[in-house]
Design a protein around this ligand. Sequence first.
Ligand SMILES: Nc1nc2c(ncn2[C@@H]2O[C@H](COP(=O)(O)OP(=O)(O)OP(=O)(O)O)[C@@H](O)[C@H]2O)c(=O)[nH]1
Ligand SMILES: [Mg+2]
Length: 339
Amino acid sequence: MHPLAERVLKGDVRATARLLRAIDDRVEGWSEVLASLHPHTGRAWVLGITGNPGAGKSTLTDQLIAHYRRAGLKVGVIAVDPTSPFTGGAILGDRIRMQRHALDAGVFIRSLATRGKLGGVSRSTADSVAVLDAWGAKIVLVETVGVGQDELDIARLAHATLVVMAPGMGDEVQAIKAGILEIADLFAVNKADRDGADATVRDLEMMIGLGHELTHAGAHSLHHHHQGLDLEAMKLKIAAEEWLPPVVKTVASRAQGVEALAEAIARHRAHLASTEKGERRRIERAREALRVVFEDLLLDEARRRLAGPIEAAAMQVAGHAVDPYSAAVALVARFGQGA
Ligand SMILES: Nc1nc2c(ncn2[C@@H]2O[C@H](COP(=O)(O)OP(=O)(O)OP(=O)(O)O)[C@@H](O)[C@H]2O)c(=O)[nH]1
Ligand SMILES: [Mg+2]
């Protein structure tokens, strides 16, 4: 095994930081190091934490770190940050909000700037999760902003997704628009010290309940069409498989509600472990992990091999000799023929 990989497996923080940088810089041989770590991964529980800007994700993450540290667990944190590295704002903010853990050898915090890194965010996140897992993290918290495509992809890489909302931001409506209900396993209504928190909880619970009713209606018609089957067993199975995302009120800035939230996270984990859903999720995560790397490598390879033709096609498009769509189709065909 590569000496760097060996040091990472022993929990060496500096080696872990070095490997993460090497992966970022796509240093020669990094993927082999990752490959050699793979058999030693799969032990960390990955929790995605997402929500609107300023909802309190970092503050809550900081509190969850403290909670898991009290339980004696090593914690990895990945803050995926869409802001410009030049303004530096949010990355610095994350660092400051989690700073009290900076000197704790049982905590590894990594910021990933996404600007200028088109497409590669999911892959960098997946790689970072794997490295922190190998480093010995028992839980990896992945903070992402909003619900863009990257966030949805990252949610698919996590075991569970926590959506953080704040009252009075019109979050509720936006969330449903963006289809966040589908990816949320748990909700935190943070800033519960502010007006409107209870209304936000009510709105959310109503929406979750509505989704539940629809699934239930589906289950009933299923029963009618399978009279010969053991209905009771089937009902039990459906009940056991069902998970209604709990809504937990928190005041992250004052460490309130954090224990209840951690308990809900643990219940969800136990739920996955005791149902077929857990196994399905495991396969989905593997599929997603493969997809992000495959698509990234494919794009790299295509761009490398077709660098000349792409440039030539760009000139033709510029001169209105061909439209971008036809040019792209021709490029893909050329790649397919092994160009
Ligand atoms: N009143 C109140 N303020 C809070 C609470 N939690 C966090 N804050 C404050 O809200 C602001 C934003 O908190 P962050 O934790 O940075 O929020 P975030 O969601 O990580 O923000 P981005 O990463 O920029 O999207 C900070 O000033 C926090 O101190 C809370 O429960 N109540
Ligand atoms: Mg943040």
